[in-house]
Design a protein around this ligand. Sequence first.
Ligand SMILES: Nc1ncnc2c1ncn2[C@@H]1O[C@H](COP(=O)(O)OP(=O)(O)OP(=O)(O)O)[C@@H](O)[C@H]1O
Length: 773
Amino acid sequence: MMKQTIQIFARVKPTKKPTAVYSVDNEEQSGGSLEFVLPRDLADGFVNNKRESYRFRFQKVFDQTAKQEEIFDAIAKPVTDTVLAGYNGTIFAYGQTGSGKTFTITGGAERYSDRGIIPRTLSYLYQHFSRDSSMVYTTHISYLEIYNEMGYDLLDPRHEASNLEDLPKVTIREDPEQNIHLKNLSLQPSANEEEALNLLFLGDTNRMIAETPMNQASTRSHCIFTIHVCSREPGSATLRRSKLHLVDLAGSERVGKTGVGGQILTEAKYINLSLHYLEQVITALSEKNRSHIPYRNSMMTSVLRDSLGGNCMTTMIAMVSAEKKNVDESISTCRFAQRVGMIKNEALLNEELDPSLLIIRLKKEIQCLKEELAMVTGDQRSDELTQEEIQRTEDQLKVFLDDSDPEATLDLGADMRKIRHSFSFLKAMLLGKRSTQNEAGDISPVTTSSIEDMPDSPANRELLKLKDMLTQRDNEISILVSMLKKEKQKFQEANGQLAKISSSQSSLQSSSSSSGTHAERRIKCEASEDPAHSENLKLKHSGVELSMGRQEAFEIFRSEHEDNITIEDNKFILKQRFAEAKALGEQVNLARSSVNDLKKQLEARRMQMAAQGVVGNQPNTESDPVQERLCNQIEEEKKKYKSTFERLKGLKTEIEHVQHLLQRAKVKLQKDFQDWWIQEAARLQQNQCSESTRAGRSKDSSPRMPSSRALSTSGPASTSIPLTGDQQTDADIMAFIKARQNLLTRTGVINELVGDSSRSTLKRIVLIRCHRN
Ligand SMILES: Nc1ncnc2c1ncn2[C@@H]1O[C@H](COP(=O)(O)OP(=O)(O)OP(=O)(O)O)[C@@H](O)[C@H]1O
């Protein structure tokens, strides 16, 4: 059992804005401290107007310049190590909205170096698995989102096609031992790092898609990414099961300060309720002699029950902002952390016996006991042995007789039928042997015992000599066989290595070549400037194929979108990495063929030397400088090969990560465009309505674009639509307007006057179309 208080760390988010006066001190022996100094006027009102200085102790405080790698090394690595040893672990980030919780737990969306705790932990775990051959590991992933006290499975494949509300909710079940089980939360197997990262990406994308401007889920929901690790020694029935929860909590700001209404107020209240219950649990745990801990009050505290005061090694990261306007929230986050730091956890080694192996073992034991019991009670089986049982018993007997070990035993179980059959078999063997000796007309039927009776007889001496020779030959043969086996194994290992290299090389090369693998097609599509390819012309989540006008609007929207620079940067980085990977692949190839060449040379040289030895009738015992040189060169090339291969592997992980970032940015772009398009269409529609009403009232013709003209068949909404004169373009525009109008009339949106930004958008589409035509 490992006893430890919850470890608390603080991280200050980087900012360029004016900060409050604060200081970080990590020099102290017992840990670090973070101090805020408030001038009395700033302290007045919201914190405590009697105090000026607020000092909080942590295991360590990470100031604004801290890198993601440092955070992983200091915070996540020790917890992951305990998970590998079979204990449960939890890391959770707590702080106000925008303080960097997601950045710390998952990572930033722009750079590879911004990878957060989750992807780094996955890399670390799978590296460990591949190095540790003494254990067999299996891993599963689950990703739970808690939003408004409801649980959702972020890895549910239906996520993409359904609204959040229509998905099955994850619910809590408690068994009689008070263990928590989560119904409807899938456990996805992940055999390697790539699969695990894909699951993380899938969950994050699902979380983003479910988000609407009205429901900023990322801010208001809690997310728990759990890695389930199972390990066992090969052949052992003992299993170790441990879990690592990586938790990104909702923003912790107070409800009073949010000042919001309607739907958002409900959410804010819920979030605060949820965090409020978390605070209640923390308070109860930090108080001595509290017997009742109110875990059951909320879903999050129920799920994290083990992490809070239970069987788990838990770490909290308090995310603080040093900006002046956030100082009260930061102080309140630190205060919360101080209470969390008082909670003691007791982590147990999660060992259990594999149920299937246990069942087999128990069945065998029962069978033995039954047989023993039958023997003791005399309640023996009287039925005949089956043919199969007879055969097995005789085989066992032969093995026993052939075994030269005098200590060898014969285990027939407690079955008298088998014992009887064995004696009959032995008797038959003995009688058979005697009669063949007689038939062979031996002058005197010499038995083993008669030879042993005359130890000095010539026959006995001859026999002993032959026996010695036989043993000697046997030994020689076994030495030769084991040498042969070793050589064969070496050969197979070398072959396996080469196969691995060429397969990983070919996978990297094929992703970087133009042969059209999935990854490459993705990149090509991203990099394409042709609108017909650039976004596959489909909004995946709406299932709507883009019309030509909409494609063009999308192109403009994309070029002006804030994420466009990041996307372009990442495309550039990706191209560079592919080029690097290709070059490294070539280097690996080169090193490999050079090793092969050198090996051939060495082989030839050895044969040459052996031949010289035969000719000169003298084995050549002197060391050969040529062979030495060749061996050294092989070693050098091998080193080169190994280090290049490692770099290639690292590059592959980076390429996959950047591909994920790009894919995520693409989905976000499509989603933002979709929202913008709907908004623009609604505005345009409202504008049309108001203009037609005005036109109907005053019969006055409003100013129009030079190219516009009314369509006589299209009713009131079409009177001021800017048309181009091009039949296809105009038909496109009108079809869209009509569909929108129908939809909006049905949903009752057309009822107020708005500005004319939508018309300008349409104008832009029309102008582009005219320009292209
Ligand atoms: N250490 C950091 N270095 C660089 N950028 C950061 C850092 N921390 C946070 N950011 C940036 O600040 C912004 C807000 O961070 P983030 O989304 O992680 O906050 P959060 O606490 O998760 O917010 P929410 O509660 O809304 O989910 C993001 O754009 C993020 O990239």
